[in-house]
Design a protein around this ligand. Structure first.
Ligand code: ATP
Length: 513
């Protein structure tokens, strides 16, 4: 656990030191769970968004993208169920006065048991060596089975109590499991209460005519209310999807995990409209398609897993998360939800407008079913960034800090250095910058020794460093150094564009899907 904490602290401080993420309003001591993206962070975030948009919108003939407003008619949130049901169960500790999400306390308790399972597995793997069969061990070992049983009964009881709004039982469960305040160890808890996560605001200039609004807690509703407009103007035929990326706001009860859980964050969502009855197939299809997208970035298959929901949201008939191994363990990165016709039907009812699709083949109208894929851009940022940050032991006994970002996402694709600040080398290096910047985000640096400049770019995640030296003046060649292998090659200036493109072009990455 201490190791995980250390690694996470390193991630946060590296993000600040290298201009990726800053605490919002830092000079005023910050605003809790609100963050700003800095010069490199804004580029990385944009590249992740573009990678998603390319795969989701531009590579699919039947998916289009929109950009709906953050402000929406307040009745939308009544229809969507958010006014009545977008709540988290909160619990306070009477001694420490700290507030927690009751479900998260219970989930963390289960995660600790899961860590015990992992320990047993690791011990057994060591004991049995090559002959070790993990699946068999997990399915037969008495101790592991006991742990698993405990997790299953705990989570399903919690799911049932939350579904039945039996908050007293949620508290009883916390007491039976003897869950203590993680900060102080106190077990002196209040009752569990529901807390609505939407931020309210007002639209209009005078107090008596102003209208109460909410900041949207998800981007999905902007898609549902535009469903017919898009379908008609785009002549879309079912099955088809509408995607969008944008800000969402939630007044999270506990937000202590850097950009994992923020109060203002960005989502990348896609709603796929289908014929009723086909939702199971499409659910499987999108689960697989989304996992492939993640795997295309090469961040390690072992770092992803599916988690099927036991407790379904009010709109869903099936739901799974793609979980990623963050520095603090496996946590939700993306959700895939089979939303039925809940949203369109609700908007029909509340708006009084028909939101149906006429199927020319069936010669009938129906309310489409919806499959949703929903991923947090900031969470994806954290996944990419934390996975990339590594300390590497080098052959000469020293270590280097390297940010092994997938090069398609790296903020700066190449840094260009003159070996020394004289003899016309800076001029040649600047010419290369002028030429490459049409195609890539590049960076010029002439400060310090070249070795130091390499290390700075390694820590910044830049895939290539290009050095101009005296030979360049003779033969128009430069040294290109690769971040991951640290190998250096002598290449012609005119080949640079192609070499970089080979490695950073979205085509080569997405083709792996
Ligand atoms: P959680 O259980 O972690 O609160 P959720 O199930 O409420 O998440 P969804 O409503 O399914 O999340 O939202 C879709 C995605 O939006 C999530 O998978 C996550 O990546 C992202 N997301 C949700 N809430 C936040 C937040 N407060 N900060 C950053 N990203 C978020």
């Amino acid at each position: 656990m201490a190791n995980q904490d250390d690694q996470f602290k390193k991630v946060i401080s590296h993000a600040k030191e290298y201009g990726y993420v800053f605490q919002s309003s830092e000079i005023y001591d910050g605003l809790s769970a609100v963050y700003d993206y800095a010069q490199n962070g804004a580029e990385l975030k944009k590249n992740i968004r573009d990678y998603w948009w390319k795969a989701m919108v531009q590579m699919n003939d039947n998916i289009v993208g929109i950009d709906s407003a953050i402000f929406m008619h307040p009745t939308i949130w009544k229809a969507s169920g958010h006014v009545d049901a977008f709540n988290d169960p909160l619990i306070d500790n009477k001694d420490s006065k700290k507030r927690y999400r009751a479900d998260v306390l219970i989930e963390d308790y289960c995660a600790k048991i899961e860590a015990k399972i992992d320990k047993e597995v690791a011990k057994a793997a060591k004991r049995f060596g090559d002959a070790f069969d993990k699946d068999e061990f997990v399915a037969t070992n008495g101790r592991v089975l006991g742990y698993q049983e405990k997790i299953n009964t705990t989570l399903s009881r919690m799911a049932k109590s939350l579904e039945n709004e039996d908050l007293a039982d949620v508290k009883a469960l916390i007491e039976e499991l003897e869950i203590a305040d993680p900060l102080t160890g106190s077990k002196n808890w209040t009752e569990v209460k529901q807390f609505n996560l939407m931020f309210g605001t007002k639209l209009g200039s005078s107090a008596d005519t102003a209208m109460d609004l909410y900041l949207r807690p998800e981007t999905a509703q902007g898609i549902f209310v535009n469903f017919l407009n898009v379908q008609k103007s785009g002549r879309m035929k079912i099955p088809f999807g509408i995607a969008q990326t944008g800000k969402a706001f939630r007044n999270e009860i506990v937000a202590r995990q850097f950009i994992f859980r923020m109060r203002e964050f960005e989502q990348m969502e896609m709603q796929f409209f289908i014929k009723p009855g086909t939702q199971k197939e499409w659910y499987e299809y999108w689960k697989e398609a989304r996992l492939k997208w993640h795997l295309s970035l090469g961040m390690g298959e072992e770092n992803y897993r599916f988690h099927d929901h036991e407790k379904l949201a009010h709109y869903a008939d099936a739901a799974a998360d793609i979980e990623f191994k963050f520095p603090f363990g496996f946590k939700e990165l993306e959700g895939i939800h089979s939303r039925t016709d809940f949203d369109l039907k609700a908007h029909e009812e509340y708006s009084g407008k028909k939101l149906q699709y006429f199927d020319h083949e069936e010669k009938a109208s129906y309310t489409p079913y919806v499959l949703e894929t929903s991923i947090g851009l900031d969470r994806m940022f954290l996944a990419v960034f934390s996975n990339a940050l590594q300390e590497e032991e080098l052959e000469n006994g020293t270590t280097r800090t390297v940010l092994k970002l997938p090069s398609v996402l790296a903020p700066v694709k190449a840094a260009i250095f003159p070996l020394v600040k004289k003899d016309g080398l800076p001029e040649v290096a600047k010419q290369i910058v002028e030429d490459l910047k049409w195609d890539f985000n590049v960076f010029y640096d002439e400060k310090d020794a070249v070795g130091k400049r390499y290390r700075r770019q390694d820590a910044n995640g830049t895939p290539f460093c290009i050095t101009v030296d005296h030979d360049t003046l003779e033969d128009n060649t430069v040294t290109i150094r690769h971040r991951d292998t640290m190998e250096q090659q002598r290449v012609k200036i005119e080949d640079l564009r192609q070499i970089i493109k080979q490695e950073v072009d979205v085509r080569f990455w997405l083709m792996k899907m």
